[in-house]
Write a protein that binds this ligand. Structure first.
Ligand SMILES: [Mg+2]
Ligand SMILES: [Zn+2]
Length: 274
């Protein structure tokens, strides 16, 4: 194991679209969805949409087939596999839902690479209907965060919990990747030794650019799956090289050192904000 924890958002980060919008558009329910959206929280609309799908005779198999066709950049899976092979601890924090994420990751054959998936509960009930519920039950009490987090999920609180569960003694370094406004809160929770990879010209990027000094972690942007892979590999390599140098400095046996790899990667066209 390396000392690197990589936390991925799911929609528009691992996959290249929003999974809710993809499903609704592909099944032809865009009009109804747009009518319902102003009347209740997004998460509640999606549970209602699942009821609509069910009452229109759309089966779980139909939904799964649409999810299996979801767009993903061809470099994302190799990036995930490489990070895993280098000993990184991979996790997902997503405002989609467990049903979509597990369906998609299983189909792509990459579910086992992740040690933890944090998302809104989603399951198939006895009637064969998908039920989606909020991660935080906002009807009982608010998560209380003032950042632009949706009522059903504050990803910052989830990052706090992950940071608390990994040992401080191991000096773990986090790399957080995301695109949305909900990815801003966790970006603010990262420390100086961590890294944030916001998707360029997406909401989290715009929020960070307003005042980059609020983010303690090093900021490295990416625009597509190819650049995500290049930047991620570069960062993993850099962190491992630093550890390697410290290891030598602490006068250990050179023979037993893990050799950092991927030194021959092309330079990513990264943006490092001052
Ligand atoms: Mg996203
Ligand atoms: Zn928050």
């Amino acid at each position: 194991m390396s000392n690197i924890v990589i936390v991925f958002d799911f929609d528009k980060t691992i996959i290249d679209c929003d999974s809710d919008n993809w499903l609704i558009d592909e099944l032809g329910f865009t009009y109804l969805f747009n009518q319902l959206l102003p009347t209740m929280p997004w998460n509640s609309v999606m549970d209602r949409m699942m009821m609509e799908f069910h009452s229109h005779g759309i089966t779980i198999e139909d939904i799964e087939k649409v999810l299996h066709r979801i767009p993903i950049h061809h470099r994302i899976i190799p990036a995930i596999k490489s990070a895993y092979a280098l000993g990184c601890d991979l996790r997902i924090v997503s405002d989609a839902n467990m049903f979509y994420i597990e369906t998609i990751l299983k189909y792509l054959g990459i579910k086992e690479y992740f040690s933890e998936i944090n998302s809104n509960p989603g399951y198939v009930n006895q009637q064969g209907r998908v039920r989606i519920s909020p991660y935080h039950d906002f009807n009982r009490n608010s998560h209380g965060c003032t950042n632009p987090c949706p009522p059903n999920m504050c990803k910052g609180l989830i990052i706090d919990r992950i940071q608390d569960t990994v040992s401080e003694l191991d000096n773990k370094k986090f790399i957080y990747l995301g695109d949305g406004a909900g990815d801003y809160c966790p970006s603010l929770r990262l420390r100086e030794r961590d890294f944030v990879m916001p998707r360029k010209n997406y909401p989290v990027w715009d929020l960070i650019c307003k005042d980059p000094s609020l983010v303690k972690a090093e900021i490295h942007g990416w625009c597509d799956g190819e650049e995500l892979e290049q930047v991620l590999m570069k960062l993993i390599n850099k962190i491992m090289m630093d550890e390697h140098a410290q290891y030598i400095a602490s006068d250990c046996n050179l023979q037993t050192l893990p050799i950092p790899v991927l030194e021959s990667l092309p330079n990513p066209c990264r943006i490092l904000l001052a």
